[in-house]
Design a protein around this ligand. Structure first.
Ligand SMILES: [Zn+2]
Length: 92
């Protein structure tokens, strides 16, 4: 399974999550800091669960998310190096 690291948009070194706060079960706000001391940029980011790509084996009846349309599921199956956002970089 691949993991992803967050990349500083200024210097392209990795960002670390200093702290994060849950806004909602589907939404988390994170405060990020560039690990490059010469850069030192900090950021606020949000991570949102937007769709269910495959159903849970232990479904919670209070969780109501749209099922991802076929186009989204197809994108997720493609090579992450072709679909990644600039903010994210695949790391093995
Ligand atoms: Zn940086």
């Amino acid at each position: 399974m691949s993991t992803y690291k967050l990349i500083c948009p200024h210097c392209h070194k990795s960002l670390r999550i200093r702290t994060s706060v849950g806004q909602h079960v589907f939404l988390r706000t994170a405060y990020l800091q560039c690990t490059n001391e010469a850069c030192g940029a900090t950021f606020r980011a949000q991570f949102e669960i937007t769709h269910e790509m495959s159903p849970s084996g232990m479904p919670n009846p209070t969780v109501r998310l749209p099922v991802a349309p076929a186009a989204l599921r197809r994108d997720a199956m493609q090579n992450p190096n072709e679909t990644q956002l600039d903010l994210l970089e695949a790391t093995a």
